[in-house]
Design a protein. Sequence first.
Length: 710
Amino acid sequence: MDLIRVLIVEDNPVDALFLKEALREITNTKFSLTHAETIESAQKCLEEETFDVITLDLGLPDAQGIETFLEIKKVNPDIPVVVLSGLDDETVAIQSVREGAQDYLLKDKYDGYLLSRSIAFAIERKQAEKALRRAQQRFELALTGADLGWWDWNIKTDEGVLNEQGARILGFRLDEIAPSREKWRKCVHPDDEPSVLAALNRHMEGSTAAFESEHRLRTKNREWVWILLRGKVVEWDSEGHPVRMAGTIMDITANKTAQEAIRQSEQRFRAIFEAAEDYIFLNDRSSKYIDVNPAAERFLGAPASKIIGKTYKDFLHPEDAAYIRDVDSRVLKGESIQSEHTARINGAMVTLSDTKVPLKDDSGQVIGILTIARDITDLNRIKISPDTMEEYPSKAMQATLKKALIAAKTNITILLTGESGSGKDHLAQYVHRHSLRAGSSYFSINCAAIAPNLAESELFGHEKGAFTGAAARKRGMLELAEGGTLLLNEIGELSLPLQSKLLTFLDTKKFTRVGGEKEISVDARLIAATNRDLEKEVAEGRFRQDLFYRLNVMRIEIPPLRERSEDIPLLVEQLLVKLGVEMQLHERPLISPQILNALKKYQWSGNVRELRNVLERALMLSDGRTLTLAHLGLQDDMQFSSDGNKTSFSISFPTEQSLNEITHDLKRFMVNEALRHSGGSRVGAAKLLRISRYSLKHYMNKLGLDDDME
Ligand SMILES: Nc1ncnc2c1ncn2[C@@H]1O[C@H](COP(=O)(O)OP(=O)(O)OP(=O)(O)O)[C@@H](O)[C@H]1O
C-alpha cells in the first residue's frame, strides 16, 4: 500500500501517543501523521492538505459528541472518518455511522490490528465508492454526449426516475419531474398512443427482447417533441412478473423534421414527375432505366415495370439507338446536351427535343442521366407548312401567291394551271388554309387516276343498288367536302357527261347521287387544276366550253420551277426538312453554295416534284450527311437541255459519274421530258419514247418518278 496520510484529531496527548504507537505497530503500511487538537485546527489542516483518513475523538475542547463529527464533515465530506471515542455510547455510535462514519472504535478496546483493519476498510470503501461514482459519471457523460437520457421505472409501485438529460428533453428541471406510467401516457400524442402501448405490452408479456418506440411527447411548454424510447425489463419477481424496467430516451425531433422535409420534397417531385407531359427518363451509367414517368410509359407503350432494367436499345431502332448512345456517352462525361432528333417508336416516326443532364451523387460523380424529352413532331410539320411559300423571292411566285390570297378570301371557283409537279395541289392547300373554310376539311381527287366508270360515283356518290357492287349508299367527295374545299386535279381528264354534271353543280350547288333522284345541296368550294392547255382541249371538243368559261373566271398560273430559280434555295431547305422527317434522318445534311448553284442552273422539267425526287435520291446516296454534286447526279460535266421541241445533252471527259449513273440520269431526263411534252399523259409519253405504257410505268417506278405521276 502507498503512504497513507492520516489526520489525528485528539486533544488528549496520551491517547494521541497511544494512537501513533498503534499505527507504528502496523507492519507493511507507512503512514504520514498530522496531529490536530481542536476542531478548528483540524478544519484548517483539512483546508490546507489532503488526507486519506481521519481518526476523530468526539470529545474536543471546541466540540463534543456527534457535533464534532459533523463539523469535520463540513470541510471535506469525502474523507473517511474512523471515530475513536472514550464513550461506550451506543446511540452516538449508531448516529455517527448513520451520518457517514466508517467505524466507531472504543479507545480502551482497540489495538494496532483493529485500528489498521478499520483504517484499511475505510480507505478501501472510500476508493470503491469513488470508483463507482466515477463509473456513474462516465455513464452519465456518455449518455449526455449521445443526447440520451435514461429512465428507470418500478412497475409495481409505478414510481419512475428520469435523469437530468431526460428531463431536459421534455423541458423540465430534474426536481420538477416525478414520472409515472399515467403521467407519461397523458403526454403521448393521441395518434401515437395505441402503437406505443401495444409495443410496451408486447415487451412486458415477453414477446419482444426489447421495447422500442418512436412517438411524440408533449413538453412542459405544451409543444411536441419526437422521442425514441428504448428499454428493457431488468427485474422480475419470484413468479416471473416484471418488476422494473430501465432504458434510454432520445430527442429525434430534428431527424424527424428532416425526414419529413425530404418526404415532402419527394412528394412534390413525384407530383411533377407524374403529371409532366414531357417524357422523363432516369438511366444509370450502363443506360438501364431506373425510373420513367407515366408520359414516358405511354410513349414507349409499356408499363414502368417492363421498362425499368432495360435500355433504350430494347425500344429503339438500331440507328436511333446509336445516336442516343453517342449523346449519352458525352453526358456521362459531364456535358448537358440539348438536341433534336427523330426516332422510330412503335412504328411511328417521332421528332423529339431532348434535354439531357448528368445525374451526380454527393461527391460529384456522374451516376446516370436524366432525360426530359418533348415530342415536337407537329412543330416540325408546321415548319414545313405551305405558309412559308409567301417568302419565295421570285416575282413570278409572288404574283401567283398574291392572286391566290385574294381568291382565298372569296368563294369563287379557281382554276389552277401549271406544268406537272409545279405545285398545284400545294397551292390549292394554301388557298384552303387562307380561306374562311380553313377549319374544315380539304380533299383532293385526281380525275386522271379514277376509272371512268367509277368517276361519277367517286365525285357525287351513289345510292344503294345503283349499280352492281353498290351494296350500300356512299357519299361522294363533294359531300365529304361539305363546308370545306375540294380540289379536282387534272380536270381535263373528266368525261364530257361528268363535266356537264359538274357545271350544273357549280351553278346550283346541287346534284344527285348516282342512282338517286333526290337533289343534294352541298356547300363545298371547288378548285380545279390542270396541266393541259384547256383552250386547246375546248377547241378540239374534249372540254366543255361553258365549263371552261365558268372555271376560267379566276385563273391562277403556277410558274414552272426553271422560271423561278431564285426560289430554289428556300425550296431546297423546306424539302430537306420534310424529307428529313420522312426519311427518319437525325440531322439535316449540309448544302454547299456550289450545290445550290448547280440546282439553280438545272432545267427542272419535272418542276418541284423532280427537285424533291433529286433531293430524296441524293439523301439516300449521301447517307443523310453532306451532299455532293455526285449525289445529285447533276454534275457540270453532263448538261441536259430542252428547247421545247428538241432534247439534247452534252458530256465532257473524264466523267465524274459512272456510265450507269449517267444512263440513269439520262433515262430520268428523257422520261420527264416526254411526260412534259405529252402534258403528263402516260400514253402520249410512251408514244414519244417509243416504248409501251407498261415499260414507261416500269421506268418511272425504277427512276422514282411514279408516285406523284398517277
Ligand atoms: N412550294 C412547295 N414546297 C414544298 N413542296 C412542294 C411545293 N410545291 C410542290 N411541292 C411538292 O412537289 C410535289 C408535286 O406537287 P403537287 O402535287 O402540288 O404538284 P401538281 O402541280 O399538283 O402536280 P400534278 O399536276 O402532277 O398533279 C409534291 O410532293 C409537293 O409536296
